[in-house]
Design a protein around this ligand. Structure first.
Ligand SMILES: [Zn+2]
Length: 99
């Protein structure tokens, strides 16, 4: 029995209802790791928190991470894809918008 596997292109897009989140942990070593952390905030606030922490403590080394939410949209048409391929954002249909 032969089997045919078809791959469909799904579009990965950043979820427009959320913002990327940033976290930062002070990894300055003196006697031990400081470990002060700020979780899940915007990039501007993460930078401001690090500035303030450095101003208060003199600590200058941080581990910063970011995360975002994405959605997968079903394919508009079928076709072969390379695993891991990220499709380009789809264009809005032209026409009906009379604004
Ligand atoms: Zn610190």
């Amino acid at each position: 029995m032969n089997r045919t596997f078809r791959y469909m292109t799904w579009t990965i897009e950043q979820d427009p209802s959320t913002y990327p989140e940033y976290s930062a942990t002070c990894v300055t070593r003196e006697d031990s790791n400081c470990g002060e952390t700020i979780h899940a905030c915007g990039p501007d606030w993460a930078e401001e928190w690090m500035r303030r922490h450095t101003q208060d403590t003199g600590h200058t080394r941080y581990r910063r991470t970011s995360a975002d939410y994405v959605t997968l949209a079903p394919p508009g048409d079928t076709g072969l894809i390379i695993p891991g391929e990220v499709a380009q954002p789809r264009a809005l249909p032209a026409g009906d918008d009379a604004t």
